[in-house]
Design a binder for this molecule. Structure first.
Ligand code: LCS
Length: 418
């Protein structure tokens, strides 16, 4: 059925869903660990890859497969591999594609644990790494060595919202015989499709936008070609970090509204970012939809829209940020992001606390940085919440315009498959 789908929004609703004998509109939850064979021969054929069909849920399951096919269609890749968490996807990518003696170049402001896993653990197996500002092509070029076998970028990055030029980095990596892996969690497949821009592997923490409802932890990888996908799948099944069928059911339910959720949250975010930027007590705002963002033009080429993540620094530093976080009432003080509800957190003491202070500072993650994940609430309530947290409850004037010049016309690449 999915071959007939071309528009992204139609894929969100229908891709991956196969008809079952009962005509179930939604893929049922195959809550089973194993699948009975009709004969010994059939079992042997499935193990030998000569016959289709499921064997054992760690290796594959129809409910999980439906989600994998859906996200692979959204990313226009060869196949998806769903994992127990986003970190399951990150570790699968590292372990599938690297060996002792290899070197990795990566984004300095990646999600903290992605960096910790590489620097503290992959290093024990002889994998070296260099973390640089990957939005600076010369820095990437300068960091590459003869042994560089992977460029691993996160764009937009967590929490600095730095944008890395995917086509330029793909060219650079491929010219040196390295693969390009993109963590596209902050964009989701709705805002950016890295495989179409030259990446070899795209991965997501589906905990965030893809599921969108803050009720599941999960991850997914999509490979550009069959060979890469098969390699990733084999590593994932050997590591045993597969997604569970119930988890897959929840994520597949959530992904259907991805476009609607992002459009709404993004509208809110544009308004909130402008409101924040105009406040005297804010030192700076980092939001992809503001012309003040250092890679604003690049983002417009590479992404369909700016999304709904905002980072900002208060003039009063950490103490002011702490007071804000303790004073908001509607936004929850919680890590994670990309859900329907607005969340606020402090990267230096929370998500990125595992990264040493000097490295955080080098990556631009100051101690006063506040990260705000905008949800789909009424923007007037969100601004009123921030206002009362900044000033005490004095109400606020409503801003209504939505004039970011992001739009479908700014796409650098087609978002639809034929
Ligand atoms: N990649 C990115 C960009 C992330 O933001 C996260 C989690 C992961 C990978 C790992 O995914 P997980 O295993 O948690 O599903 N980011 C989080 C954050 O910023 N706050 O809490 C988790």
């Amino acid at each position: 059925m999915s071959h007939a789908l071309s528009a992204f929004e139609s894929k969100l609703v229908h891709a991956g869903i196969a008809k079952d004998v009962h005509g179930s509109v939604v893929p049922p939850i195959y809550q089973t660990s194993t699948f009975a064979f009709e004969s010994a021969q059939q079992g042997a054929d499935r193990f030998a890859g000569k016959a289709d069909g499921f064997i054992y849920t760690r290796l594959g399951n129809p409910t999980i497969r439906a989600l994998e096919d859906c996200v692979a269609a959204l990313e226009q890749g060869a196949g998806g591999i769903a994992t127990a968490s986003g970190m399951g996807a990150v570790s699968t990518a590292y372990l599938a594609m690297l060996r002792s003696g290899d070197h990795v170049v990566s984004t300095a402001s990646v999600y903290g644990p992605s960096r910790t896993l590489m620097e503290r653990h992959l290093s024990r197996f002889g994998v070296a790494s260099t973390y640089v500002d990957t939005s600076d092509l010369d820095a990437v070029r300068g960091a590459m060595r003869a042994e560089t076998r992977m460029v691993y970028i996160e764009t937009p990055s967590n929490p600095m919202m730095q944008i890395t030029d995917i086509p330029a980095i793909a060219e650079l990596a491929h010219a040196r015989g390295a693969v390009l892996v993109v963590d596209s969690t902050f964009a989701s497949p709705y805002l950016q499709q890295p495989l179409l821009l030259g990446a070899d592997v795209v991965l997501h923490s589906v905990t965030k936008f893809i599921n969108g409802h803050a009720d599941i932890v999960g991850g997914i990888l999509v490979g550009r070609d069959q060979e890469t996908t098969a390699r990733l799948r084999q590593t994932m099944t050997l590591l045993g970090c597969n997604m569970d069928p119930h988890q897959a059911f929840m994520v597949h339910r959530g992904v259907k509204t991805l476009a609607l959720r992002i459009e709404r949250a993004q509208r809110n975010a544009v308004e909130i970012a402008r409101w924040l930027e105009a406040r005297p007590d804010i030192a700076w705002v980092r939001y992809i939809g503001l012309p003040s963002h250092p890679q604003y033009e690049l983002a417009k080429r590479q992404m369909r829209g700016p999304g709904s993540m905002i980072s900002f620094e208060m003039r009063g530093g950490f103490e002011a940020g702490k007071s804000l976080m303790n004073s908001v009432k509607l936004a929850a003080l919680a890590v994670s992001l990309g859900g329907v509800e607005t969340l606020i957190e402090h990267p230096a003491s929370m998500t990125h606390s595992g990264v040493p202070q000097a490295e955080r500072a080098e990556a631009g993650i100051s101690d006063g940085l506040v990260r705000y994940s905008v949800g789909i609430e009424d923007v007037r309530d969100l601004i009123a919440d921030l206002q009362q947290a900044f000033d005490g409850d004095r109400g606020h004037a409503l801003g209504t315009d939505f004039g970011a010049d992001f739009g479908s016309g700014n796409l650098a690449h087609p978002t639809v498959a034929t």
